[in-house]
Design a protein around this ligand. Structure first.
Ligand SMILES: Nc1ncnc2c1ncn2[C@@H]1O[C@H](COP(=O)(O)OP(=O)(O)O)[C@@H](O)[C@H]1O
Ligand SMILES: [Mg+2]
Length: 216
């Protein structure tokens, strides 16, 4: 479902590639965790998979679509239908309530499933926050809302960039268990970047990003 072949990316202001001839192949429903030093290129890799950024060489195929997208229209449609992203910065809309932030993606897709939304909010422990303005949430609460928002339209691939980075150990365990379980329910492929060994250990496959390549 995700096939990455010979992928390379170098930023103009750097003398070596941040992603260097990287390969990764994932089946539908498979989960992989990626650890690596700060600055090793983890966020860059996710951004290439989402098509937010373009590689210098190599290929990425997601759900039978080979990147780059043919224009913004195809990109938007693909991300709406197939992709859920949990950004390192949450990008919540502070003018909206928690439930409206979560429903936003599903509404764009014209595919609102209120029962499913309730289910994930409950699983992530944010049901009681439904009507609260996103501007009033703690970092940990925003993180859970961002995860719910990434899942609500039942995507085939979730890219999560340090999804528990703002949670204490206890909550990190609960929220990551919920994330893996929800992906498992939907048979959604999950790529999770994390610094936490506990969060990483929950994935079926565990990789390290080193010198631009993934090592198992
Ligand atoms: N848009 C960009 N322009 C130039 N350099 C970038 C850009 N994005 C990331 N980098 C550089 O690429 C390297 C990898 O960054 P990043 O992917 O954010 O690492 P990680 O997520 O593993 O901490 C860093 O050295 C960072 O400074
Ligand atoms: Mg990062």
């Amino acid at each position: 479902m995700l096939k990455i072949h010979h992928l390379s990316k170098q930023f103009d202001d750097s003398n070596k590639p941040v992603i260097d001839d990287l390969d990764l192949s994932l089946d539908t429903g498979q989960s992989v965790s990626i650890r690596g030093a700060s600055g090793s290129g983890k966020s860059t890799l996710l951004s290439l998979i989402a098509g937010f950024d373009e590689p210098d060489s190599g290929s990425i195929t997601v759900h039978n679509v080979t990147l780059p997208f043919k224009g913004e229209k195809q990109a938007d449609r693909f991300r709406r239908e197939h992709l859920g992203v949990v950004f390192q910065s949450f990008n919540l809309l502070s003018c909206l309530s928690v439930e409206d932030n979560i429903a936003f993606t599903a509404r764009l897709k014209g595919n609102v499933d209120p029962d499913y939304q309730q289910h994930i909010m409950q699983r992530l422990g944010i049901s009681a926050l439904a009507g609260k303005s996103a501007a009033l949430l703690s970092g940990g609460e925003q993180q859970r809302v961002a995860i719910a928002r990434a899942l609500v339209h039942k995507p085939s691939l979730i890219l999560a960039d340090e999804p528990t980075g703002n949670l204490d150990e206890d909550n990190s365990e609960k929220v990551s268990a919920a994330l893996y379980a929800l992906c498992c329910e939907l048979n959604t492929t999950l790529v999770v970047v994390t610094h936490s060994n506990e969060v990483a250990a929950l994935a079926q496959r565990q990789c390290w990003l080193r010198h631009g390549k993934l090592e198992d």
